[in-house]
Design a protein around this ligand. Structure first.
Ligand code: T5A
Length: 219
């Protein structure tokens, strides 16, 4: 099935801190391999050499966050590099791309939460992402306290980054922001209940990916 760029799919996973995106992206990758689909796993911010350098700058543990417009420009610069060097080449070779966060995170964190205007975000999206929009976006929706508990467990004694250190109210509004995006774009975005055991969440994701991306490929 791989090798044909018209069959390649770009899938993004989004949601709040600790919702299980990285865990579920690995599970989806393995399941796709089992049915003969080659995919790559990547992430934002980061994913390419240049973008990983920008990631280190943005997510420095214990550091104060940049202002929302500066963050937007940094995330966009990282995304531009990531698209040029990793995402578009992979899709052109017919590989599926599974990306842990993408432009919906900018819409919610910097747009809805940081009040960066829709006009600025749309202009940057046109400039950077252009036609390379995700075919499918899965929003992993989870109780905020549970997500932060999971993120903290994974981090252990290391310092939190500026995003994880935000208030509970911030994370609640973030969750609402993602749900609002999903309501606005039902053709592209599906909300996945991320509560419960990993296996259950994976099955929920798999049934959506099968129905939306694999049906016409007879898998
Ligand atoms: N950001 C990003 C912006 O503001 N704008 C942007 O444009 C972009 C792209 C990135 C930060 O940057 C911001 C958003 C973020 O704050 P990050 O370090 O990449 O930061 O962090 P996150 O993307 O938030 O990812 P996390 O690693 O915090 O969470 P995940 O990937 O959702 O969760 P995961 O899979 O690592 O799981 C966390 C822990 O929970 C366990 C895992 O084993 C792990 O220990 N777990 C479960 N436990 C119980 N039940 C389950 N079902 C579980 N699933 C996983």
């Amino acid at each position: 099935m791989n090798g044909d760029s018209t069959l390649a799919r770009f899938i993004t996973l989004e949601g709040g801190e600790g919702a299980g995106k990285s865990t579920q992206i690995r599970r989806l990758h393995d399941r796709l391999i089992a049915v003969g689909v080659t995919s790559i796993i990547t992430r934002e911010p980061g994913g390419s050499q240049g973008a990983e350098r920008i990631r280190a700058l943005i997510l420095e543990a214990g550091a104060k966050r940049f202002d929302p417009l500066t963050e937007t420009l940094l995330f966009s610069a990282a995304r531009n590099d990531h698209l040029d060097y990793v995402i578009r080449p992979a899709l052109a070779q017919g590989h599926w791309v599974l990306c842990d966060r993408f432009s919906d995170s900018t819409r919610v964190y910097q747009g809805m939460m940081g009040a960066v205007s829709a006009e600025v975000l749309e202009t940057l999206d046109r400039l950077v992402v252009e036609k390379t929009q995700p075919n499918l976006t899965l929003i992993l929706d989870l109780d905020v306290q549970e997500g932060l508990r999971r993120a903290q467990m994974r981090r252990g004694t290391a310092l939190a980054d500026g995003f994880e250190s935000e208030s509970l109210a911030f994370h609640e509004r973030l969750r609402e922001g993602f749900l609002a995006l999903a309501a606005r774009e039902p053709n592209r975005i599906v909300v996945i209940n991320a509560d419960g055991p990993e296996d259950d969440v994976h099955e929920r994701i798999w049934s959506v990916v099968k129905a939306r991306c694999l049906e016409d490929m007879k898998v």
